[in-house]
Design a protein around this ligand. Structure first.
Ligand code: SF4
Length: 326
């Protein structure tokens, strides 16, 4: 281990002051502590924010949901409001990690979690995300689990969060508090594709703190759900996944929100699939036709070409499951 300082913030102002001085926020610690043990990350100062009052799930004025950044994954998944209005969020959380991790990990930490690329966690491997300019061992290495969408020459790692896929589909916003005040970012702009700077993963300014994720209101009923395809049925990351939310009234699809996980460097919104569904009547033929564009623009690597077909089938199946519910 190496030396670092630890401060437990007793209020938001204290946390922000420490964050402005370069402290790293920590709450559940389920990602950061692992990475520190492996010396992948070496922060000099930790600021424990677990005591801040960000632990509520509330209904917003417009009828959406506001999930505090420090609500645990398990509490969010079990919350009656979340289950009643956005089952896709509960399902994505319940299919994530292990029960122990879901009890510790927070919503803010979950969307901030770092990639599971094995080369990133192996400090002897070349990795531009860990060591800028060192190269990308995954490009020529074993890249079965890596991205087919949104990658760059410098990095092809997927984003590992499941609930982030649900938030992307539902067009949530991330609420932030920083030295310059409050601001809100659309989820689509919060997580960054690697480009030439794979070390920069979120659109956060120095010292900014995530306070909540807000999910907008949708017309009711909104049928939604999450499907995760993985190598084993527990404690495993997605090869492909699909978050689907549909508002069907009078036998016609009036709203369609769809995103995919396990395939992109960020949760991958599927606007072409959404467009193909709008104004149409549910049918098996429609699900297949809409899902056919799910992998548009994909650029597979040596070992992950299978994800193209798997992604289309994942989306088609989840459209059928959600669209078939009454
Ligand atoms: Fe590192 Fe990204 Fe390459 Fe993985 S894919 S080795 S995280 S640069």
């Amino acid at each position: 281990m190496y030396p670092f300082t630890y401060t437990k913030a007793s209020d938001t102002r204290q946390a922000l002051n420490a964050g402005r001085r370069g402290g790293r926020y920590i709450a559940g610690g389920t990602t950061l502590v692992d990475l520190m043990r492996e010396t992948v990350e070496r922060p000099e100062a930790l600021v424990d924010i677990s005591g801040l009052p960000l632990r509520e799930v509330t209904v917003t004025e417009r009828g959406g949901l506001r999930i505090g950044a420090l609500v645990s994954m398990a509490e969010t998944a079990a919350n009656a409001k979340v289950q009643a209005t956005y089952p896709v969020i509960s399902q994505a959380l319940e299919l994530s990690a292990s029960a122990q991790l879901r009890n510790m990990a927070t919503i803010g930490g979950n969307i901030m979690q770092r990639t599971r690329c094995t080369y990133f966690r192996d400090v002897s491997a070349a990795c531009n995300k860990r060591e800028p300019g060192s190269g990308c061992a995954a490009r020529e290495g074993f890249n079965r689990t890596h991205a087919i969408l949104g990658a760059s020459e410098d990095c092809v790692a997927t984003h590992p969060s499941d609930v982030a896929v649900a938030f992307a589909a539902l067009e949530a916003t991330v609420q932030l508090l920083g030295p310059d005040g409050r601001r809100s970012i659309p989820f689509a702009d919060f997580l960054l594709k690697p480009g030439s700077t794979p070390t920069r993963e979120q659109a956060l300014r120095k010292g900014e703190l995530i306070t909540a994720v807000e999910v907008p209101a949708y017309p009711r009923p909104l049928q939604s759900g999450y499907l995760k395809v993985r190598d084993r049925q527990s404690y495993e990351f997605a090869l492909t996944s699909a978050a689907v939310a549909l508002h069907i009234r009078g036998g016609v699809i009036r709203e369609a929100k769809v995103a995919a996980g396990g395939v992109g460097t960020v949760p991958w919104k599927l606007p072409a699939v959404e467009r193909a569904l709008l104004g149409e009547r549910p049918s098996d033929r429609l699900w297949a036709r809409a899902a056919d564009s799910a992998a548009d623009g994909a650029r597979p690597l040596t070992h992950n070409r299978f994800k193209i077909e798997l992604l289309k089938r994942t989306v088609e199946r989840q459209l059928r499951v959600v669209g078939g519910l009454k």
